[in-house]
Design a protein around this ligand. Sequence first.
Ligand SMILES: [Zn+2]
Length: 374
Amino acid sequence: MKDIPPDVVIHDTTLREGEQTPGVVFNIDGKLAIARKLDEVGIQQLESGFPAASPGEKEAVSTIVSEGLKAKIFGFARAVHADIDAVAETGASGIVISFPPSDTQLKYKLKMTREQYLEKAVEAVEHAKGYGLYISYSAEDSTRTDIEFLKKTFATVIEAGVDRARIVDTLGVGTPVTIRNLVYSIRQVVNAPIEIHCHNDHGLAVANTIAAFEAGATALSTCANGLGERTGVAATEEVIICLHNLYGVQIYNTTKLSELCRMIEELSKVSLPANKPVIGDNVFVHTSGIHQHAVLQNPVTYEPYPPELVGQKRRLLLGKLTGTHAVKAKLQEVGYDLPEDKVKEVVAQVKMKSEERSSALSDAEFLEILRNLR
Ligand SMILES: [Zn+2]
């Protein structure tokens, strides 16, 4: 793993990309609360909005800047002067200039030739550099761009003053192998840090982000809860836990992740599925009697990492697969000491009740069984 860079930066886009989730709008207080929580986790960069989009958005970015967080604050812009001016006016120290070099986008969206594109890109970069902004040049739709033109684009804008090259899988069409190769190729011609931004249309956003990291990308662009346009982008909390558990990058305050993600769930009104890695309700729930027995001996048997690492709690679910060991542990938890024959009776009732209604029992239902014991 000698190719893995020693320094890694999470460039979180919850406040910009997250608001592009269908139906999601954060108000200024919500944005500020999210920014503070991301900062508590130790995330180094926040892409905090698109100031040119509206006066309210611009005010939100300015307010976040004036909070004086440890995280560096970035604003999002297209390659037009008005967008760049709006970012500079918020006091943000960084800018993401998003400008797509793919033939599809040039033909249908920008209606430009490649020559015109490069000319406009350099002009935008020079304009942003005039403000002294740190520039991440976001080559939107990189994965559908002719590789030679992508290299030329990055080389040209870096020459003009760009600080970081952002490879973007806008349509989520990369795979871990193609993304890894792409990052390697770009690194051959680009003498600047590489950022990766992956969409999740094929469910590969986190895998692709990690593949880019393995290939030497040092800035990982993510969004908490995997929010974002359509199917969203790589989830901040999943990427952080991959880095922490699988690559030894233990620089984030992971115990705050549950708080962060639950806050965003509430503010975005997009519910987290129970089986969502890291912060879903089921991540540390043990259901089968075999697993429960083993976990009671030692949780490492069926937990890849302890719930406390991400601010969660372990739960043993009482249902039709529950065995004596879990029931005994639960009895201890609720302060009951029963003789063996009564424990057996409780186990039988738990199984029966759970089968009757085809679901697990709540704590209240378990207590009711205990109260009704004769
Ligand atoms: Zn995106």
